[in-house]
Write a protein that binds this ligand. Structure first.
Ligand code: DAH
Length: 345
């Protein structure tokens, strides 16, 4: 009996360790430990063993059972390991992968980089300044004194300064990028060439062409002998570089308190190329910026000698440049985070 048990153990173990898959292992298990398995049947014979040897044989039988079960368990996990390894190795590299979502720059930022590069190439530096501004830099320095009618056009948002040291009504959200003119000129001696892109704020009813916050790209140049032709040349150059050489540019006389003379600048419509369409209200032209020669009062206010230096300044509707470039008919597309729009850039 003992010999028979040892034989069962040896053949079971050698079969188990040669099994190559789970199914084979199950069959071996059944063959030895199942209800009519070899070991089970042998165990049933134990009663026939003489009493004095029965305990020892029983012990051996239990040991054989334990070894078989343990070997099966170990080999089972080895097979599982092997299977998962071969699964990894079997990756079909020709299958299309899962595309990761890739972030990208907002269209405003993309256009900003493009325009800034154009200005940098012609010698302009980039400046940045506060969005919360004083009445002084937003209006006073710019020759827009208290009660000046030009203040009405600026739909100013005032900050509640109660409980602070500031005078009521003196702290505002900047209404235009021109607030930077005083700040830059006060701290820099001519020659100066600077652009300062940024957000501005007005108390506006939001619709397709108005927002309470929008981007402007302002700039100025101050040097000896700068004239209107320098201004017109610079603006035409930048517009043509950005929108294409076939773009037409025209300057129409205007009035701003901080420039004299002043002009509004129009360019041929990007949609109809000047023929007239609903985008340009059938005029063939779209307004793109305001500009002019810096008023002597402004130069004086920042401590420049208006007899020795002259300068020009402009303010571009920068959000407008983006909508014109991509022919978007709604300004709100730039401020609403809608992935269906943003993923197109
Ligand atoms: N600040 C003006 C506005 O927001 C735009 C402007 C016009 C800026 C003429 C200038 C300028 O620097 O010279 O409507």
């Amino acid at each position: 009996m003992e010999e028979e048990l040892m034989q069962i153990k040896n053949s079971a173990v050698s079969m188990i360790i040669e099994a190559t898959d789970q199914k084979e292992l199950e069959e071996i298990k059944l063959q030895f430990l199942g209800r009519s398995g070899k070991l089970t049947l042998t165990l049933k014979e134990i009663v026939k063993v003489p009493v004095e040897r029965r305990a020892a044989v029983g012990q051996l039988a239990n040991e054989v059972k334990r070894v078989i079960e343990e070997t099966i368990k170990n080999h089972e996990s080895r097979i599982k390991n092997q299977e998962s390894k071969t699964k990894i190795e079997k990756i079909d590299v020709t299958n299309p992968g899962i595309k990761p979502d890739i972030g990208r720059l907002h269209p405003l930022t993309q256009v900003l980089y493009e325009v800034v590069d154009i200005f940098k190439q012609i010698g302009f530096q980039v400046a940045d300044g506060p969005e919360i501004e004083t009445d002084h830099y937003n209006f006073e320095v710019l020759n827009i004194h208290k009660d000046h009618p030009a203040r009405d056009t600026q739909q100013t948002l005032y900050l509640d300064t109660r409980g602070s040291k500031s005078d009521p009504g003196k702290i505002i959200l900047r209404t235009h990028g021109s607030n930077m003119q005083g700040r830059i000129m006060e701290t820099t001696r001519p020659p100066v060439r600077a652009i300062y892109p940024g957000k501005v704020f007005r108390y506006e009813q939001v619709d397709v062409s108005h927002g309470f916050e929008f981007w402007q790209l302002e700039g100025l140049a101050v040097d000896k002998n700068l004239t209107l032709t320098d201004l017109f040349g610079t603006m035409s150059y930048v517009i043509k570089e950005f929108f294409g050489l076939d773009t037409k540019v025209k300057f129409v006389s205007h009035n701003f308190p901080f420039t004299e003379p002043s002009a509004e600048t129009y360019m041929s419509c990007t949609v109809c190329k000047g023929k007239g369409c609903s985008f340009c209200k059938h005029s063939g032209w779209v307004e793109i910026l305001g500009c002019g020669m810096i008023h002597p009062n402004v130069l004086k206010a920042v401590g420049y000698d208006s007899q020795k230096v002259s300068g020009f300044a402009w303010g571009m509707g920068f959000s407008r440049m983006v909508t014109l470039k991509y022919q978007m008919d709604d300004l709100r597309l730039l401020t609403n985070p809608d992935l269906r729009i943003l993923e197109q850039f």
